[in-house]
Design a protein around this ligand. Structure first.
Ligand code: NAD
Ligand code: UFG
Length: 338
């Protein structure tokens, strides 16, 4: 049996594929390469010494999906494919809903037709919206995401919940990621943003290597210890381990499982700058800018449900996240184009 990884050439997906191969799974990757490079998968093969099957295509292409399920004996689907740039989702809502929501519908329809009913979905802490008290646990109601990207994640969660209600043979994990950062310890694969990075850690890292001059810190007047935004940063390799545990859990028990994947520890923007400077030995010049639209002051997980039910806990600390990011950046100053 094989595992289908949609979006497997992307940042998190490529780390997932690497881990699956290391655990002796057969892997089929479906990716349109709209935000990724095949080079990531070549490197995964070279690190593991194992090969995978790659299909270039779109999750919205139902005929392609039907062919894929007919040709490969798929047991589980890990569904990473999606567009994730918050700002672009505001400019192009139809494109985002089509890709993220219609794409997932097409995937689930093809799975249903093929009798494959185990799915792990990449959701996001953004589905909680703005929460009054920290940490965030899964028992809280979902809130109002502040942008179409976030709403697309919430819509897909609702669709998947209804699907499980309609047919108890489905087994679905909704994994709500907090802030994935870091890179594989080899320094050979990592996050490779196409454009100017939206996210904090890739931006800091590009400032440290000299690709960008200065970091803008979006607001220092939040009600947080140092006034800057606080988030729960989680090492991508820990995140991937969480998926392996979730796959086992949904194989044991059908239904829907919702789990936060975070560390339970919040760090401010200034904490992150300092930690990166220590790990890299470089200065990260910054200035204080206005708050970014749609940002919340703080967000960190209560990860105890995942520990209790999946036997999973994040192991890597902030220092490891920063060192691994820096190793990837130094080895690949221009990302996969280096
Ligand atoms: P990424 O952009 O690096 O990877 C997504 C992959 O999906 C890319 O390789 C892209 O080419 C592919 N893709 C996009 N649309 C596709 C389509 N229609 N058909 C086939 N392939 C398609 O992003 P990532 O950071 O690896 O994120 C993976 C998933 O996790 C996404 O669904 C994202 O929304 C979710 N997520 C990410 C974060 C984060 O901060 N990175 C946080 C929460 C949730
Ligand atoms: N920040 C800066 N300067 C930057 C970039 C970010 O100060 O150049 C700050 C932000 O204001 C925020 C923190 O750094 O306080 C983290 O910002 P990110 O953009 O890295 O992450 P977010 O928490 O805003 O968003 C991330 C993902 C979203 C996801 C959300 C909730 O990018 O996709 O987490 O899970 F929806």
């Amino acid at each position: 049996m094989s595992i289908l990884v949609t979006g497997g050439a992307g940042y998190i997906g490529s780390h997932m594929v690497l881990s699956l191969l290391e655990h002796d799974h057969d892997v089929v990757v479906l990716d349109s390469l709209v935000n990724s490079s095949l080079e990531a998968l070549r490197r995964v093969e070279s690190i593991t010494g194992k090969s995978l099957r790659f299909i270039e295509g779109d999750i919205r292409d139902r005929e392609l999906l039907d062919r894929l399920f007919a040709e490969h004996n798929i047991s589980d689907v890990l569904h990473f494919a999606g567009l994730k740039a918050v700002g672009k989702s505001v400019e192009q809502p139809l494109h985002y809903f089509d890709n993220n929501v219609s794409g997932t519908l097409a995937l689930c329809q093809a799975m249903e037709a093929a009798g494959v009913r185990r799915l792990v979905f990449s959701s996001s802490a953004t589905v909680y919206g703005e929460v009054g008290t920290m940490p965030i646990h899964e028992g809280l109601p979902t809130g109002t995401p502040t942008n179409p990207y976030g709403r697309s994640k919430l819509m897909v969660e609702e669709v998947l919940k209804d699907l499980v209600k309609s047919d108890s043979r489905w087994s679905i994990a909704l994994l709500r990621y907090f802030n994935p950062v870091g890179a594989h310890e080899s320094g050979l694969i990592g996050e490779d943003p196409n454009d100017i990075p939206n996210n904090l850690v890739p931006f800091i890292s590009q400032v440290a290597i000299g690709r960008r001059e200065v970091l803008s810190v979006y607001g220092n007047d939040y009600p947080t210890p140092d006034g800057t935004g606080v988030r729960d940063y989680i090492h991508v390799s820990d995140l991937v381990d969480g998926h392996l545990c979730a796959m086992q859990a949904i194989a044991r028990q059908p239904g829907i499982g919702i789990w936060n994947l975070g560390t339970g520890q919040g760090y401010s923007v200034l904490n992150m700058i300092q930690a990166f400077e220590e790990a890299s030995g470089r200065d990260v010049p910054y200035n204080i800018a206005l708050r970014r639209d749609g940002d919340i002051p703080e967000c960190w997980a209560d990860p105890s449900k995942a520990e209790r039910e999946l036997g999973w806990k994040a192991k890597r600390n902030l220092d490891a996240m920063m060192h691994d990011t820096w190793r990837w950046q130094v080895n690949n100053p221009e990302g996969y184009r280096s």
